[in-house]
Design a protein around this ligand. Structure first.
Ligand code: FMN
Length: 193
C-alpha cells in the first residue's frame, strides 16, 4: 500500500512540474555601436536598448549576434560595407551561436539596413530550425519603419509563426527611453505578452 501511495505521489509530482513548466523565451539581437545616423557616436546600440527592455519585461534570455568582422565605426564606411553585403546576399560569419531548440518564443531585434535586416542576422537565422516557433520582430530605423521585414522573415523562417513587429526610431531609443518604453509596453500588450 505504502509503495502504491509513494508511486502515485511521484507520478503526480512529475505531471505537475511538467505542466507548470513555463514556456521559455529568448531575445536575439544585432545592434551596432559607434557612429550612427542622427545619434553621433554611441556606446550602446539603439536596438540593444530596446532588446534589454524587452528581455527584462518578458523575462527572456538575451543573445547578441556578433559578426566575426566588426562593422566599420565610421557611419559612411559602414553604409558602403552593408550595401555591398546586401547586393552580394552575403552571409558574414558570426562569432558565437546559440541553441534555440528550448525556446518556444523568440524575439528578433535588428536595425533596418538598406530596407532589410543586416546580412549577419540571416547568417544566424539560416543556421537554425524555426519550425513551430513564435517569432516576434522588433527594429530600430530612421524613417523606413519595419520596411517589409516581417514578410521577409516569414519567407526565411519555414514553419514559424511571425507576429506583428514593433518599429521605433533609433534616435528615440537612444534619447527618449521613456517614449521607447511606452511603445514597447503597448506593443507587448497588443500581442498578449
Ligand atoms: C548600414 C546602415 C544602413 C541603414 N539603412 C537604413 C534604412 O534603409 N532605413 C532606415 O530607416 N534607417 C537605416 N539606417 C539607420 C538605422 O536603422 C538606425 O540608425 C538604427 O537605429 C541603428 O540601430 P543600431 O544602433 O541598433 O545598430 C541604416 C543604418 C546603417 C548603419
Amino acid at each position: 500500500m505504502r509503495t502504491l501511495i509513494l508511486t502515485a505521489l511521484i507520478v503526480t509530482a512529475i505531471f505537475t512540474s511538467s505542466f507548470a513548466a513555463e514556456a521559455k523565451s529568448l531575445v536575439v539581437v544585432f545592434s551596432r555601436t559607434d557612429e550612427n545616423y542622427n545619434v553621433g557616436y554611441i556606446t550602446k546600440g539603439n536596438t540593444m536598448i530596446l532588446a534589454e527592455m524587452i528581455a527584462s519585461k518578458t523575462g527572456s534570455d538575451l543573445f547578441e549576434i556578433k559578426p566575426e568582422k566588426k562593422y566599420p565605426a565610421d557611419y559612411d564606411t559602414c553604409i558602403d560595407v552593408a550595401k555591398k553585403e546586401l547586393n552580394a546576399k552575403a552571409r558574414p560569419a558570426i562569432l558565437e551561436d546559440k541553441d534555440v531548440s528550448e525556446y518556444d518564443t523568440v524575439y528578433f531585434g535588428y536595425p533596418i539596413w538598406w530596407g532589410d535586416l543586416p546580412m549577419c542576422f540571416y547568417t544566424f537565422i539560416e543556421g537554425h530550425d524555426w519550425n513551430g516557433k513564435k517569432i516576434i520582430p522588433f527594429c530600430t530605423h530612421e524613417g523606413s519603419g519595419l520596411a517589409g521585414t516581417e514578410r521577409k522573415l516569414k519567407s526565411a523562417l519555414k514553419g514559424a509563426e511571425v507576429m506583428k513587429g514593433l518599429a521605433v526610431r533609433g534616435s528615440t531609443a537612444q534619447n527618449d527611453k521613456a517614449g521607447a518604453e511606452k511603445a514597447i509596453d503597448s506593443w507587448l500588450k497588443s500581442l498578449g505578452m
